[in-house]
Design a protein around this ligand. Structure first.
Ligand SMILES: Cc1cc2nc3c(=O)[nH]c(=O)nc-3n(C[C@H](O)[C@H](O)[C@H](O)COP(=O)(O)O)c2cc1C
Length: 170
């Protein structure tokens, strides 16, 4: 069972996992899980917003380009191996949901489902996107992260719902 909470109520838990083993960006139909380590959680346009960064080389990029929404799923450290798999294997080559043994559950606010094994999940509607502009980027960052000129697309998701597994909500 999940409990609805405020969009920033589990901010620290979310960012700690994002900066640790990563969290899952789930998008597409059928949904494909991709591990992400970069993103922000904040307030823009008087809306709670989750931004996620996707390189154009990812299978997820094509899915996000077609998508209206996505979920962000935070898994516990028990799923470290699954996070590594979803961050190294492509949905072009395998059904990562099946390989990881994840269960998909119906979201409350959007069409994209979420991973039932998550401890936290966010339901997000895409309200904006833009490609990182190398002309405006610190040259040191550009050299360090974009040798292949594969600048990320940044997707802005309005957070319509934030849910916590009742086990950790107690
Ligand atoms: C810890 C971790 C964090 C990652 N963060 C991102 C990210 O923020 N953006 C991105 O485009 N790729 C990121 N990746 C790489 C993708 O997860 C990886 O290329 C994945 O295999 C792409 O899956 P897909 O082709 O099914 O979309 C990360 C990988 C790991 C292991």
């Amino acid at each position: 069972m999940n409990k609805a909470v405020g969009p920033f109520d589990v901010y620290h838990e979310t960012i700690a996992q994002l900066a640790g083993n990563g969290i899952i960006l789930l998008a597409g139909n059928p949904p494909n899980p991709m591990t992400i380590g970069w993103g922000t959680l904040g307030e823009i346009w008087h809306m709670p917003i989750f931004t996620v960064l996707v390189r154009p080389t990812r299978h997820t990029f094509g899915l996000m380009e077609q998508a209206k929404d996505f979920t962000v799923c935070v898994l516990s450290d028990r799923h470290k191996k699954h996070l590594a798999l979803c961050g190294t294997k492509s949905g072009r080559d395998m059904d990562k949901i099946k390989v990881c043994g994840f269960t998909l559950a119906k979201s409350t606010h959007i069409l994209t489902p979420y991973i039932a094994e998550s401890i936290i999940h966010y339901e997000c509607r895409i309200v904006h996107k833009h490609r990182l502009d190398p002309a405006s980027l610190d040259p040191a960052i550009d050299t360090k992260y974009y040798q292949a000129k594969d600048w990320h697309m940044v997707y802005y998701g309005e957070i319509l719902g934030t849910f916590v597994d009742c086990e950790i909500a107690r």
